[in-house]
Design a protein around this ligand. Structure first.
Ligand SMILES: *[C@@H]1O[C@H](CO)[C@@H](O)[C@H](O)[C@H]1NC(C)=O
Ligand SMILES: *[C@@H]1O[C@H](CO)[C@@H](O)[C@H](O)[C@H]1NC(C)=O
Ligand SMILES: *[C@@H]1O[C@H](CO)[C@@H](O)[C@H](O)[C@H]1NC(C)=O
Ligand SMILES: *[C@@H]1O[C@H](CO)[C@@H](O)[C@H](O)[C@H]1NC(C)=O
Ligand SMILES: *[C@@H]1O[C@H](CO)[C@@H](O)[C@H](O)[C@H]1NC(C)=O
Ligand SMILES: *[C@@H]1O[C@H](CO)[C@@H](O)[C@H](O)[C@H]1NC(C)=O
Ligand SMILES: *[C@@H]1O[C@H](CO)[C@@H](O)[C@H](O)[C@H]1NC(C)=O
Ligand SMILES: *[C@@H]1O[C@H](CO)[C@@H](O)[C@H](O)[C@H]1NC(C)=O
Length: 451
């Protein structure tokens, strides 16, 4: 082989490697708590999904006291916590196959004479086929937390290994995330600061005592290219730090609204929907920021000029790297913008104004299959008759492809969780219903994706 073809081959290998890394399909495991799973997960071994639609009902009572974060494995299995007792937040981890069978049910490692007062979300490490979670245990005067890994989750015989720690408190809504670039687990420690733990030893490597950590409304993402960490904390500040915890900047994001954002790591652009509270109408704004190390610099701003729309609720944007676009839902519309300029690509009406008003429709989640080009939008009614339906939109044409009614139940509590897409095959959807605080059962259903 000549030296130039060697260089070419090396370059090609490098390009393929980079492409594999930035495919972004793993971003929901590397984001905080994966509470808003915007991406599909590509299983690395066959799922064996036979195309059935199934529904399972778990009559557990305290699911809503946990950071509900199910995760999916290398074979498309779903992992979640369940409990049998109204006093504890998680007794078992459960593994369901894509066909709705229980592959295993494993008691969480417990602390003697203490009850479980919190569990984190489950983090699935696809590369090493491991799961991570944290749990907290208390009696009347003392508490201890555990940071745990689960081995062999794809077999019928999983095993777990935990380390006791007094740093973490899982009942503090401290989601857990993985930084695959640097092999770090990122979470919030008791002083409410972000911290990084070694995935092998569970030793705390750094914490930033001045930074605000996570709460349920904060958002965290790892840049898959650099490993850099982006964090919008409970104080509305955006932090950028490298894998050593060294800060590149802290900038005030200056806004109301939710804190979820999308990251385009190639272009180093962050996109987020917010509300300008200095403007007396508190209008909805979607902004793109450059996030180089000198700080957060606004690049473009989009405002809904469509006077038929005064709704300021908006889903976190989802980034389409293939088409350099961002998609979000601001009911009744779904909107596509160019990620570099903020110019509109298309807008479509998802539901009628009559239906919106009659059922008080809201949406918090979109989930995107970049490969089939389908954006799924989970819409719910906030009326006591809880309705949940899934709309599918083709992102290249802006056409509505399908609407699937998922459920209608009479229930005081109704909390849907964001769907998880497995390959091009199936979608897991789950929700809590019930009557707080006694019975808050969990329902999980699976339907095939559009092909
Ligand atoms: C759920 O559990 C409660 C209390 O054990 C029981 O009263 C109720 O009937 C159960 N519901 C279902 C659907 O199994
Ligand atoms: C799919 O698998 C489930 C679980 O094994 C089974 O109950 C169901 O009948 C199967 N459906 C089809 C269409 O094969
Ligand atoms: C984690 O610990 C292992 C074992 O001591 C070590 O080899 C590895 O370099 C550590 N990783 C980090 C990111 O500190
Ligand atoms: C983190 O610190 C290590 C050891 O000090 C250093 O080798 C490495 O380059 C640093 N990484 C970054 C991203 O700054
Ligand atoms: C953003 O952060 C950079 C770096 O920390 C700082 O120099 C800059 O003044 C900040 N900008 C604002 C608007 O706070
Ligand atoms: C928010 O609105 C106020 C009043 O209209 C305006 O002066 C300000 O520039 C806006 N802020 C941003 C960041 O666009
Ligand atoms: C305003 O929204 C409606 C549907 O919500 C849509 O039909 C119309 O084209 C939009 N107008 C503009 C100027 O985008
Ligand atoms: C879905 O539900 C709506 C009312 O909520 C109804 O109008 C529609 O016909 C249903 N669609 C299907 C396919 O059942």
């Amino acid at each position: 082989m000549s030296s130039s073809s060697l260089v070419l081959t090396l370059l090609l290998v490098l390009i393929i490697e980079i492409n594999a890394e930035i495919s972004d399909e793993l971003s929901w495991t590397t984001s905080m708590g994966n509470v808003r799973n915007t991406r599909r997960l590509i299983p690395s071994i066959p799922t064996g999904y036979n195309g059935t639609t199934w529904t399972l009902f778990f009559n557990s009572s305290t699911q809503d006291k946990t950071v509900f974060g199910s995760a999916a494995g290398t074979n498309g299995d779903l992992y979640l916590f369940i409990t049998d007792s109204p006093y504890s937040s998680g007794d078992y981890m459960l593994c369901l196959t894509p066909n709705g069978e229980i592959r295993w049910k494993m008691h969480l490692e417990s602390a003697s004479f203490k009850i479980n007062v919190g569990v984190s979300n489950i983090v699935s490490d696809q590369k090493n086929n491991l799961l991570y979670y944290t749990s907290s245990w208390a009696d009347s005067g003392t508490f201890v937390s555990k940071i745990c890994r689960v081995f062999y989750p794809d077999t019928h015989h999983p095993a777990q290994e935990c380390l006791d720690t007094y740093r973490i408190s899982s009942n503090y809504l401290a989601p857990l995330a993985l930084n695959t670039k640097a092999d770090l687990l990122i979470t919030t420690v008791i002083e409410n600061s972000p911290a990084a733990f070694n995935t092998t030893t569970f030793e705390m490597i750094w914490t930033d005592a001045e930074a605000m950590g996570s709460d349920a409304s904060a958002d965290y993402k790892t840049d898959p290219l650099t490993g850099d960490i982006y964090w919008i904390s409970g104080s509305d500040d955006m932090y950028k730090m490298n894998t050593n915890g060294t800060r590149a900047f802290i900038n005030d994001t200056n806004s109301g609204g939710n804190r979820h954002f999308a990251l385009n790591s190639q272009e180093q652009i962050v996109v987020r929907a917010w509300q300008n509270l200095s403007d007396h109408d508190w209008p909805l704004v979607v902004s793109g920021w450059n996030v180089e190390n000198t700080g957060l610099h606004e690049r473009w701003q989009w405002k809904n000029t469509n006077s038929s729309n005064v709704n300021t609720d908006c889903t976190p944007p989802v980034m389409d790297n293939q088409n350099n676009a961002v998609y979000f839902v601001n009911l009744p519309q779904t909107i596509a913008l160019d990620a570099t300029t903020g110019l509109s690509r298309w807008q479509i009406r998802l539901v009628t104004m009559t239906e919106m008003n009659e059922f008080d429709l809201v949406t918090e989640c979109t989930t995107f299959n970049e490969h089939t080009r389908v954006l799924y939008v989970l819409v719910q009614s906030t009326k006591t008759s809880f309705k949940l339906f899934l709309m599918a939109v083709h992102v290249d044409t802006g056409k509505i492809l399908h609407r699937t009614n998922i459920t209608t139940v009479d229930s005081k509590i109704s909390i849907p969780f964001c769907p998880i897409l497995i390959g091009d095959e199936l979608i897991y959807i789950s929700w809590l219903t019930g009557d707080y605080p006694d019975q808050v059962p969990l329902t999980i259903t699976t339907i095939p994706q559009l092909s």
